[in-house]
Design a protein around this ligand. Sequence first.
Ligand SMILES: CC(=O)N[C@H]1[C@@H](OP(=O)(O)OP(=O)(O)OC[C@H]2O[C@@H](n3ccc(=O)[nH]c3=O)[C@H](O)[C@@H]2O)O[C@H](CO)[C@@H](O)[C@@H]1O
Ligand SMILES: C=C(OP(=O)(O)O)C(=O)O
Length: 522
Amino acid sequence: MTVTDLLPETAGDASVMQRIGVLVRDARRHRGLTQLQLAERLGTSQSAVARIEQGGQNLTLELLGRLSAALGSELISVGPSTPSGPTHLRVTGGRTLHGSVTVKSSKNAAVALLCAALLNRGRTTLRNLARIVEVDRILDVLRSIGVEATWDAAGRDLTLVVPDELDLAGIDADAARRTRSIIMFLGPLLHRYEDFRLPYAGGCDLGTRTVEPHMIALRPFGLQVQAHGGEYQATVRADGAHDRTIVLTERGDTVTENALLAAARSDSTTTIRNASSNYMVQDLCLYLQRLGVDIQGLGTTTLVVRGRPVLDADVDYTISEDPVEAMSLLTAGIVTDSEVTVCRAPVEFLEIELAVLAEMGLRIERSPDYLADNGHTRLADLTIRPSALAAPIDKIHPMPFPGLNIDNLPFFAVIAAHAAGETLIHDWVYDNRAIHLSDLTRLGANVRLLDPHRVLVTGPTRWSSAEVVCPPALRPAVCILLAMLAAKGTSVLRNVDIIARGYEHLYERLVEMGADIEVFHD
Ligand SMILES: CC(=O)N[C@H]1[C@@H](OP(=O)(O)OP(=O)(O)OC[C@H]2O[C@@H](n3ccc(=O)[nH]c3=O)[C@H](O)[C@@H]2O)O[C@H](CO)[C@@H](O)[C@@H]1O
Ligand SMILES: C=C(OP(=O)(O)O)C(=O)O
């Protein structure tokens, strides 16, 4: 059957082929594939792909199916309307995974660097940027205020050019309210305007996350903020250049980043104490250094920043790999008892996680360390093998870097359910995140919520399939998906759109490793 059979009213219309060709080209670029790479996936030639994209190739339903699978996107739908509404997954679990998977660059550094680009009068090119919804939201906001943001032909590298005047009145408030990272506009903007307004920060439902630490960090730069009518109303009364010491009351990641962003254009020395030294902060420091900002203390909890009032440099920067994505992919292998290799894992930011897993009995082979493209972060390829896991003796809890990453903690609940014995998981950080982990009980896990911050997990689990509505939080949502990979039979995970906020093509990459995941819409 050809595509024209599917669209009888347009039978014989060459423009249908052309429209599908454009769809294919856009989906290919969105996936960051060249025509040759797509051709290899399809088992055809580059010239055939070129013909398809130009609308000059007769398309069979079989070829459309293969194109959709290779591009990870549904190109056409048979039926009255194209898919809309929430996305769901049908997961047939109990299959082992195999092969290797490469970790992508981090969401959290991406959002910090997108905000940091506002400081630069020159061109900023962020290479190999993760194609995730969180990036799109910040990009929508940046574009709405006049920033020029252009993807390269392969859709991997993003170039940003900031105009002399921003159109803050035109801000895309809807996109801004869906991300917490909008708060990191405060640091760069306080050097540009004496009075400005920003929509409230949003994000996942993880309980109370106030912005007070940001106010404490930015007040020494003369910033005052009133929250009113869904907006932050900011006023800046600079009191001249003088050295400052800022003591952060919380060692938070984005608050450290905001202080760095404010300090970067200050014509004086700023000392930030109790700074986070986490991965996204390090990526931000490395970018700012390339912009000409003098930062001492990278990787420590005291950062000394000698700023420059004008930052004007053409900078290319490649963000390092995401430790949380690496942990997610390791967890997929662990709970399915698979032998898989996770390539380019940022082991520098996974040392405690790997040590805990080794204590639990996981067999891990680690390549020699090598450097990420940012020239700084230590990476390694990690091969894990099916192992009999036992619960750790002590509780598992997060700590600021170099402790176990709070965003990696939820994955330990799935791993603990897979291990023999009782594991206490203590999330002292978030009010609401551990609560979502009790959804694992739907799949047969013994997860007892002792209080909003502590869960007691007793394994091993005989995972069973179920239908679950995705929790409204990114990491717990992925945890449920990973548990479904372990559960024999077919599970359904409903409303998974939140996962795209932080993961690029997660399902497709798991499918390439042997998972059986089908995306569907109502
Ligand atoms: C875009 C980005 O980079 N997001 C990360 C960043 O968010 P972000 O920096 O926004 O994190 P928050 O400032 O909201 O802190 C998260 C929670 O931890 C608490 N807290 C934090 C530090 C501290 O020393 N004491 C303390 O109690 C806060 O009160 C809050 O409840 O850091 C979080 C905590 O690592 C991560 O989960 C997020 O993925
Ligand atoms: C909590 C997270 O991120 P954000 O700060 O973007 O909500 C996360 O990445 O798990």
